[in-house]
Design a binder for this molecule. Structure first.
Ligand code: ZN
Length: 403
């Protein structure tokens, strides 16, 4: 096996350039529905990654349906996926995934980045623009090392992770089936802990259609869509079960207008988390039961949209072996690497469901993600790039981790 020391040394003085590039990306708004901003970030990422790559293509994403607050359905066309390949004929193939979108829309007050001591604050600095920069530098170090010819990469950047990967999930799954290992660059916790098992998740909307009448003249022949939404919400929430790890969160109810009108339209939006696929099947049946019960009670029409988009990520032997390999890499850098289960989910769930063993929190250490206090720890940029480079070096020497 070639020496790993040059990898660590090559990266050790990269902090300033890594932070500066992350700031440049953070300062471009790329909320999931801001296609113009995502295009701009993707342009910058193509400039960054291309010098390492043999080939770059865009894969168009299929349009996805969005339920608007007035119950109508519209189509959303996200940007294409950016796919790069490096040495596709090498004996070990790694799929590296990340996303260029953030949760911060164009209208958010949180638009630019700044440095406060050891912390870089800004939209997407941790989730996951900083992570993409960690990935680039790790690959760059490998590119200039003796490990280079043993390992090839597909880098897949998606535009829609923060809304559940509706358009990119299928493409990710296909790429996962052609790879030996997956690396995803979501942030680790600020203390360095990575995500282990992950719950599965689904996003749903129920569109409720009632009958609008005048609240004074004809109240009793109306059918109130908002109270039907309330009834179905209570039933759905009651499917939650703390001990089993199942939760149903009613996130938003919209509808109605003037108080002297019986409202004829409402939309109830909710998110479901589960520990197992069996629970997803069970909850799907239960959601239908709740809908039928409320239709029967209220004479309103309820139609369900959405579904489970991320299957649970469970830890099997192969997955545990990959975690253990990262722990060994951590030791070489004097880092105590730990994994903790989480209710959150990400592309790592999708890779896992496609049978690809993966680690999905290889990005910077950081925290307060999805809030205007999001931060990345500045001293983690080099550390995590070195950690990834070491992991890749070890993977280059394995065909399969347990094979
Ligand atoms: Zn993310």
């Amino acid at each position: 096996m070639p020496s790993e020391r040059p990898l660590i040394d090559r990266l050790k003085d990269r902090q300033d350039i890594m932070v500066a590039t992350t700031q440049m990306l953070s300062d471009i708004n790329s909320g999931s529905y801001n296609t113009h901003g995502i295009k701009k970030v993707n342009h910058a990422l193509v400039d960054i990654f291309s010098p390492l790559c043999d080939k770059h293509i865009q894969i168009p994403t299929a349009p996805t349906s969005i339920v608007e607050d007035d119950g109508t359905l519209t189509q959303f066309h996200s940007e294409p996926m950016e796919i790069f390949s490096i040495r596709p004929d090498a004996k070990v193939q790694v799929l590296c995934t990340g996303h260029s979108d953030t949760v911060f829309p164009k209208t958010s007050d949180f638009q630019t980045s700044w440095i406060e001591g050891n912390v870089l604050r800004g939209p997407g600095v941790a989730d996951m623009k900083g992570g993409l920069i960690v990935l680039y530098h790790a690959l760059e170090a490998i590119h200039h090392s003796d490990f280079r010819d043993d390992i090839g990469f597909t880098i897949a950047l998606s535009p829609d992770e923060e809304i559940g990967s509706p358009a990119s999930a299928k493409i990710l799954s296909e790429l996962a089936k052609q790879s030996d290992f997956g690396l995803t660059y979501e942030p680790a916790l600020s203390d360095g802990t990575l995500a282990g098992a992950r719950k599965g998740s689904g996003n749903f909307s129920i569109v409720i259609k009632g009958l609008s009448t005048h609240a004074g003249r004809d109240f009793f022949s109306g059918r109130n869509a908002i109270t039907a939404a309330a009834r179905v919400s209570i039933l759905l929430e009651s499917l939650s079960h703390e001990a089993n790890g199942v939760s149903v969160n009613i996130g938003k109810i919209s509808g109605g207008g003037a108080v002297n009108v019986v409202p004829d339209t409402a939309v109830c939006r909710f998110n479901v988390r589960t520990n197992t696929i069996e629970q997803q099947t069970m909850i799907s049946t239960e959601i239908q039961r709740c809908i039928h019960e409320v239709m029967h009670q209220t004479q309103c029409q309820l139609s369900l949209h959405g579904g489970f988009n991320r299957p649970p990520k469970n830890i099997n032997k192969q997955q545990q072996d990959m975690f253990d390999l990262l722990k060994i890499c951590g030791k070489q850098l004097d880092l105590d690497i730990n994994f903790k289960p989480t209710g959150g989910c990400c592309e790592g769930n999708n890779l896992s469901a496609a049978g690809l063993v993966n680690i999905d929190t290889l990005g910077v250490r950081g925290g307060k993600i999805h809030s205007d206090e999001e931060f990345a720890c500045i001293d983690s940029f080099v550390e995590r790039a070195q950690l990834s480079a070491l992991l890749i070096a070890k993977l280059s020497q394995h065909k399969k981790i347990n094979g």
